[in-house]
Design a protein around this ligand. Structure first.
Ligand SMILES: Cc1ncc(COP(=O)(O)O)c(C=O)c1O
Length: 433
């Protein structure tokens, strides 16, 4: 019987094209997805960069099942349950020093919009409520809620949605032609951080609340920060009372070889947004990790016994989601997965960079266990990326494509043999494209 597909409006999908030629997944285990007719597809992008510990982990399923039987829900407003406190504590064992207050949300998009509100509330609490401008960056992806859309620097993600929020300015992106095929942090481009100084000079520091960047811009195709770039942003923020927000939704949980990009690049922000691998994507969850100075400022400004931040979601710190988060952190620790990812990263980068010899590949970038491959544009932007993505799927490989960039970020449980399989499949399609 043919599945009725008309009723579902699929997200970020070419609905008409997909429904004419569906690519369905019925189950997944480890680094493999399986189609209903039993074909095995290697997952080169950990789903959407989120299943770091591999697919369908029993430990997480068991923890969620147990939790749903014990306490499926209680309100997070004015009541608590043990697992949300424990998950916050466990998370801050991994975060940089001083980044030790955690607010739970349900996705990366909510983490970004919540971090905008926390940044504004921080300045309000300090008596600087006029600091309302937000700085972001071209080619940024910060989710799809209104704040994140406004911060976004990818044209298709903003084009149809009008003016979104006022008061947002974008730094130039760091996708430089002179850095093509450069592995790791590019040598050139730190001076692009001076754009932030230009915004301070143009708008006045006292009007700017926060600067948002992904340490590695992931969804746009893996733009690794040039040497010295993030340090410079930190310095300009410090000199001008601006909060620095790192969107670690992709970079977090071992993707860069350390728990967070912040540690890999040795720059500590004031706020960090997390999601995805926080629960290995087995349950929807995001978080904002808040520097203690930011938390203390907001909390201490409120009258004794008063609610300090008028913000939160019905499902903030949901019991079953926290159970998934704790089970995930156990897997990362017990299997030493961040270290395992770091050890595999050289082999992974060597193998991905070897694909640069195919004519269709116009750039390769990479750091740790993430890499981006650009392919030659064909017709409208994104056409080649989507065509290659489909051919790869039919040859047994899943990869996330954004426009004409393919973003490779295999699960951290992958082996060298899995990396070989991924690269052989890429080679097979590139050769015949
Ligand atoms: C850097 C970054 N921020 C935010 C988001 C949004 O996360 P979500 O899709 O969970 O809302 C993403 C998703 O890919 C992301 O890559």
């Amino acid at each position: 019987m043919r599945l009725e597909m008309d009723n579902l409006w699929m997200p970020f999908t070419s609905n008409r094209d997909f429904k004419a030629d569906p690519r369905m997944i019925s189950h997944a285990k480890g680094v493999y997805l399986y189609t209903p007719d039993g074909r095995q597809i290697i997952d080169a992008s950990s789903g959407l960069f989120c299943c770091a510990a591999g697919h369908s982990r029993d430990e997480i399923a068991t923890a969620v099942y147990r939790q749903l039987n014990e306490l499926a829900y209680s309100t997070p407003f004015q009541l608590g349950h043990e697992h949300s406190f424990e998950l916050a504590r466990r998370l801050t064992e991994l975060t940089p020093e001083g980044m030790d207050r955690v607010f739970f949300v349900n996705s990366g998009s909510e983490a970004i919009d919540s971090s905008i509100k926390i940044a504004l509330a921080y300045h309000y609490a300090r008596g600087e409520a006029q600091r309302q401008r937000l700085i972001s960056r071209e080619r940024a992806y910060h989710g799809v809620n209104i704040g994140g859309t406004a911060l976004s620097g990818m044209v298709k993600n903003r084009q149809a949605f009008g003016l979104t929020m006022p008061g947002i300015a974008h730094l130039r992106h760091t996708w430089l032609p002179e850095n093509r095929f450069e592995r790791g942090q590019p040598q050139q481009g730190a001076d692009l951080a001076d754009d932030l100084q230009r915004m301070v000079d143009n708008y006045g520091a006292e009007t700017i609340a926060a600067c948002f960047v992904e340490p590695i811009a992931g969804s746009t195709g893996c733009l690794v920060p040039p040497v010295g770039y993030l340090e410079k942003l930190r310095e300009i923020c410090d000199n001008n009372g601006i909060l620095l927000v790192f969107d670690e939704v992709i970079c977090g949980f071992g993707r860069t070889g350390e728990p967070f990009g912040s540690q890999s690049f040795n720059v500590t922000p004031d706020l960090m947004t997390l999601a995805k691998a926080l629960t290995n994507a087995a349950q929807p969850m995001g978080a904002i990790v808040v520097g203690r100075h930011v938390y203390d400022t907001i909390v201490n400004a409120a009258p004794e016994k008063a609610i300090e931040l008028f913000h939160g979601y019905t499902y903030s710190g949901h019991p079953a989601v926290c159970a998934a988060g704790l089970a995930t952190l156990d897997i990362y620790r017990n299997e030493n997965l961040f270290e395992r990812g770091r050890q595999l990263s050289n082999y992974f980068q060597d193998s991905i960079f070897a694909l640069q010899d195919y004519d269709v590949v116009t750039d390769v970038r990479g750091f740790g266990m993430i890499a981006g491959l650009d392919v030659t544009q064909d017709g409208f932007p994104g056409n080649a990326g989507m065509t290659i993505q489909k051919r790869l799927f039919h040859s047994g490989l899943h990869v996330k494509a954004t426009g004409d960039a393919l973003i490779v970020a295999p699960p951290l449980v992958s082996t060298e043999e899995h990396i070989d399989e991924i690269c052989e499949k890429f080679a097979g399609v590139f050769k015949n494209y």
